[in-house]
Structure formats: structure tokens, C-alpha cells
Design a protein around this ligand. Structure first.
Ligand code: B12
Ligand code: SF4
Length: 499
């Protein structure tokens, strides 16, 4: 029988703000890598096991793995769930598989991850070309051949060998269509009201900016003498139209979650795609992460209006801070009130687009007063929902320090973007300030926002507001009172986790 390459997303705790039906999006990385392997390596079977989408716990997953006996297992975790990544890696190794890890976490901690002994090769950055060459090289089982594969790290005896970062693909249209057929497609967003029949899709990769705290532009960046440089690439509108057609017609997808770090970085592609969609009368709900300054640009050019007409109805803006000095510290740009102007523009001209803003607290010179002030000033912005995220020292960013490494992965439970009552003193204090403010600070604009959301005529907006309120209160209570949470940080274990 042909050897089997199995991508596995193991069971994990859930982020409390997501309902069970939208906590898990189709793992697009695996679908894309699997498609590349199918196209590039002929005598190989490729499969994806997305345990959370199937509500499959560890006991069943272990049985599956034993019966499938994969030759290669691919994993790619966020920091917060790397403990699960190591657990599945150990299991795979026990069964004799070679374990390949990739994604924005493992890429940045390759020597440490390899030293755990449960991972054979780490792939840095974009994975499609690398995985094809890697599997061919692994078949030869010779370190010399592995040294010829760009974009990986592995152990040769006790020595960590790194072949550096591969040049990102210039033409994303060359990527095969993601292997959606290997996923339990009908499970994604199947009970969701706000993101029904959800698909994950990329307009492009990378970002035009290089914010300090962000790992996304680094993961899809170009490396010049080991320094990352932002590298934005987009697919052609025609290629994207074809992807949407396949998702809608072949896989009956009814909502598109754009996974791009910055969907509106390119000024033309999304608008041109929207024109093509509108020409075919394909109007489909869409969500995207966007930048404030580009909102202003795209409003002026008419591009945003086209996106709205083709179905864009939910946008996430990383506003981060309100004071220019803090924005400058984060390397975010938008120093001239762009965020406020973008939100006003969205509020006045695109009322059906739900706006969700994220803010960062816990910067090196923050104090309890600056954090409280951030909360209050953020409430004055014309925005539908707000999330306050503690500055998280993601590996790859300057905030990460090597002493933070924990080979069990448990220390990374705190990398959950939630208030951190059990963390070091200053951050616990800031988290408590945010939580107190959330529970007890009700300026006029906030009361107005809450009432407008809860009683909105637009049922989607109403439902989003209600869900977020219901899910936020249980997170804020322990943080307000400095109560340490269970071992999964603020995430919670689903009932099926160990089953
Ligand atoms: C969709 C998404 C979600 C969804 C769905 C999550 C899910 N588990 O299903 C939602 C909104 C629910 C969510 C929640 C969370 N997310 Co999230 N999410 C994303 C997002 C936007 C897209 C991921 C994606 O599909 N990318 C597209 C693929 C093609 O790119 P890629 O993953 O980089 O993969 C390529 C390479 O990295 C590499 N590669 C990746 N994996 C592997 C594996 C192997 C074997 C190989 C060889 C290569 C490889 O090859 C791929 C193709 O080139 C990313 C940001 C981003 N744009 O990537 C954040 C991101 C992954 N999330 C992040 C975080 C922190 C979270 C949360 C903890 C908090 C939050 N809400 O933001 C929760 C955790 C949820 C959970 N329990 O798992 C962080 C992780 C940072 C880190 N280093 O740990 C990211 C990077 C965003 C960020 N702000 O930095 N998330
Ligand atoms: S604009 Fe967004 S995606 Fe781009 S580097 Fe900054 S935080 Fe990251």
C-alpha cells in the first residue's frame, strides 16, 4: 500500500467567545498542504483528521491513529494548543510515524520543539513547496538530502540543522485548490446562525505592514539575512472567483471567512472579485480582518461599497490603542486618527457591516490608569463590539524571551488572548482593570451601543451582541477578582475532549 501522510488537528479546549458551531473553521493550512502533496508526490495517500470538527476526543483519535498507521503525521498548532500538538506528536512517534510540524508557532521555536524529541522536522513559513520536497527527501531517509530542502529545521544527531526560510511563492495562482474534499465540510458552521455553512478562504498571504506584536507578516514574510520583511501577495480575482464558485456550488458553502491577516491590504483585488461575484449574482456573507487606513482609502475609491454589495458583513479591526505614541510603539501606523475616522465611515455608510475592534493592553509602560483610560476611550468609538487583548509574547515577536519556553506546552495555555488573572503581577492587575471596567464602567456611549445591539432590527447584529455578552461575563468575573482559572487558561474543555 502507498504510504500515508496524515494531517491531524487534535482535540483542544475552545475559545470561550466562539460558540461550539464556529469555534472551528476548516483548517485551510492542512487543506492547502494536502492539495500540494496530492499534486506533487505521486505514490502517496493524503488524509486530514480534524478531530474537533467531528467532536472526536483523544480516546477515539488514538484508536483511529492505530488503525490508520500513518507513515507521516503533520501538525500545526497555535501556541495556546501546542500541548495538544506535542501529545499527538508523541502518539504518532510511538506508532512509528515521522512527525512534521509547521505553522506560525512551531516555525518560530524550531530548536526547542525538536529538542522535545517528539517532532522530526519543522517547516518554516509557507508550506506547500517545502512539504512536497520534504516528503520526497524523507523517503530517502538521509540527512544529506534533507539539507537540500529549503525552509526546514531538523536534528542531525545532536545538531540542529536549519536550512533557513524559503522564498515565498510569487504567484499564488499556482497553488492547487485546497483539498476541501478531505475535510468533513458539512460540519463547519452547520448549526451556526451567524456563520452558516462556513468556508475558510484566502485572498492572499502576508501583510504590507510589520507591526511589532504580530507574527503573521513574519510567517508569510521574506527573509533577508535572517530578518523578516513584509511580503504581501494576492491571488488573481479570476482565480478567486473560481474558488468561490467551487465552495458555493460543489461544497454548498454559504459564508466565507477570509483568513487573510489583512484582507484590505491590496487596494484592488477584493473589489474586482466583488464585481465578478456581482456579475454572477453571487452574494454571499463574508467576514474579514482589515486595517483602518485602508478602509478610508477603499471607501473613497468605491472598493468597500463593492465588497459590501457582494456580502461583506463583518469586519475585525486591530485598533490596538487610541494614543498615537502607543500606536507608534507597536509599529502600527494609523497615527492620525484613522481608526476613529474609519469607524465613523463604516458606521455612517455601511450600517449592515458589523464592526469588531480589538485593543491591546499590557504594553511595557502601561499602568492601571492607562489601561482604564484605554477602556473608556475605546468605548467612545462608534464600534459594535470591542475585545481587549493582553499583549502576548508570541514567539517570533520581540516580546518573546527564550526563558518562556516550556517543553510540556502548558505555559502556552496563557497565550489565549484572554484576560490573565493567574499571570505575573502587572498583567494580572491590568486584566483585573479591564474586567472591572467591563463589569462596572458604563459610559453613555456604551449603554447606547449595548441597547442598540440587543434591540437592533438587523437580526444578525442582535444575535452577535447577545452571544458576545453571554460569553464575556463568565470570562470577566474571575479576572476581575484575580481568581486563577483551570489549567487551560481561559479556554474551556469540551465534554468530548478525552472521549
Ligand atoms: C481562522 C482563525 C481562527 C478561527 C478558527 C480557529 C480554529 N482553531 O479553527 C477562530 C476565529 C475561531 C480563531 C480562534 C483563535 N485563534 Co485564530 N486564527 C485564525 C486565522 C485568522 C486563520 C488561520 C488560517 O487558516 N490561515 C491560512 C493558512 C493557509 O495559513 P497558515 O495557517 O499560516 O498555514 C501556512 C503556513 O503557516 C504553513 N503551515 C501551517 N501549518 C502547517 C503544518 C505543517 C505540517 C506544515 C508543513 C506547514 C504548515 O503552511 C501553510 C500553507 O502555506 C489565523 C491568522 C492567519 N491569517 O493565519 C489566526 C491565528 C492562528 N489565531 C490565533 C489565536 C491566538 C487564536 C485564539 C487563541 C484567540 C483568538 N480568537 O484570536 C483562538 C484559539 C481557538 C482554538 N481553540 O483553536 C493566532 C495564533 C498565534 C500563535 N502564534 O499562537 C493567529 C496566528 C492570529 C494572530 N493574531 O496572531 N482563530
Ligand atoms: S496590519 Fe495586522 S496583519 Fe499586518 S502586521 Fe499589523 S497586525 Fe499584523
Amino acid at each position: 500500500m502507498k504510504p500515508l501522510f496524515l494531517f491531524v488537528r487534535p482535540p483542544r479546549p475552545l475559545w470561550p467567545f466562539n460558540g461550539p458551531s464556529t469555534a472551528f473553521w476548516p483548517p485551510l493550512a492542512f487543506a492547502s498542504l494536502a492539495a500540494a502533496l496530492r499534486e506533487g508526490v505521486s505514490d502517496l495517500r493524503v488524509a486530514i483528521l480534524d478531530a474537533p470538527a467531528l467532536s472526536m476526543g483523544w480516546a477515539t483519535l488514538t484508536q483511529h491513529l492505530r488503525s490508520l498507521q500513518p507513515n507521516y503525521v503533520g501538525i500545526g498548532e497555535e501556541a495556546v494548543s501546542c500541548a495538544e500538538g506535542f501529545r499527538i506528536a508523541r502518539l504518532a512517534k510511538e506508532l512509528g510515524a515521522r512527525v512534521v510540524a509547521g505553522g506560525c508557532f512551531f516555525s518560530q521555536v524550531a530548536p526547542q520543539a525538536l529538542a522535545t524529541g517528539s517532532i522530526d522536522v519543522v517547516v518554516h513559513g509557507e508550506g506547500e513547496q517545502t512539504i512536497v520536497e520534504l516528503v520526497q527527501a524523507l523517503r530517502e531517509a538521509d540527512a544529506k538530502t534533507l539539507r537540500g530542502v529549503a525552509g526546514i529545521s531538523f536534528l542531525d544527531g545532536d545538531e540542529t540543522i536549519s536550512t533557513g526560510w524559503r522564498e515565498p511563492m510569487a504567484n499564488l495562482d499556482l497553488l492547487p485548490f485546497p483539498a476541501y474534499d478531505l475535510l468533513p465540510v458539512e460540519k463547519y458552521g452547520n448549526k451556526s446562525r451567524n456563520h452558516p455553512a462556513l468556508a475558510a478562504i484566502e485572498l492572499g498571504r502576508g501583510c504590507s505592514h510589520g507591526c511589532q506584536f504580530c507574527v503573521l507578516w513574519r510567517q508569510m514574510g521574506r527573509y533577508v539575512a535572517d530578518r523578516a520583511v513584509p511580503c504581501l501577495r494576492v491571488k488573481s480575482p479570476e482565480r478567486l472567483l473560481e474558488e468561490v464558485r467551487i465552495l458555493m456550488d460543489r461544497f454548498q458553502r454559504r459564508y466565507l471567512g477570509w483568513v487573510d491577516p489583512c484582507f484590505n491590504a491590496d487596494s484592488r483585488t477584493a473589489a474586482r472579485l466583488s464585481e465578478l461575484l456581482l456579475r454572477e449574482n453571487r452574494i454571499i456573507g463574508q467576514s474579514a480582518w482589515i486595517r483602518a487606513d485602508y478602509v478610508l482609502r477603499d471607501h473613497a475609491s468605491g472598493a468597500l461599497e463593492l465588497c459590501r454589495r457582494s456580502g461583506l458583513n463583518e469586519v475585525y479591526l486591530g485598533i490596538e490603542r487610541v494614543e498615537p505614541s502607543q500606536l507608534a510603539l507597536l509599529g502600527k501606523g494609523n497615527l492620525n486618527g484613522e481608526a476613529e475616522r474609519a469607524l465613523t465611515t463604516l458606521d455612517e455608510n455601511y450600517p449592515e457591516i458589523v464592526t469588531i475592534g480589538t485593543f491591546i493592553y499590557g504594553l511595557p509602560d502601561d499602568t492601571p490608569e492607562t489601561v482604564r483610560s484605554l477602556f473608556r476611550r475605546a468605548q467612545a468609538l462608534p464600534i459594535d463590539e470591542l475585545f481587549f487583548i493582553p499583549l502576548t509574547p508570541l514567539p517570533g515577536t520581540p516580546y518573546w524571551k527564550s526563558h518562556m519556553w516550556d517543553p510540556t506546552g502548558e505555559a502556552f495555555r496563557n497565550f489565549d488572548f484572554l484576560p490573565r488573572p493567574g499571570s505575573e503581577e502587572a498583567m494580572a492587575q491590568f486584566s483585573s482593570e479591564i474586567a472591572w471596567s467591563y463589569l462596572f464602567c458604563w459610559p453613555r456611549q456604551r449603554v447606547h451601543r449595548m441597547l442598540t445591539g440587543l434591540f437592533a432590527r438587523n437580526s444578525r447584529r442582535r444575535s452577535i451582541t447577545r452571544h458576545i455578552v453571554q460569553r464575556t461575563i463568565p470570562v470577566m468575573f474571575p479576572a476581575a477578582f484575580h481568581r486563577r482559572r483551570e489549567s487551560a487558561g481561559g479556554m474551556f474543555y469540551p465534554a468530548w475532549y478525552e472521549n
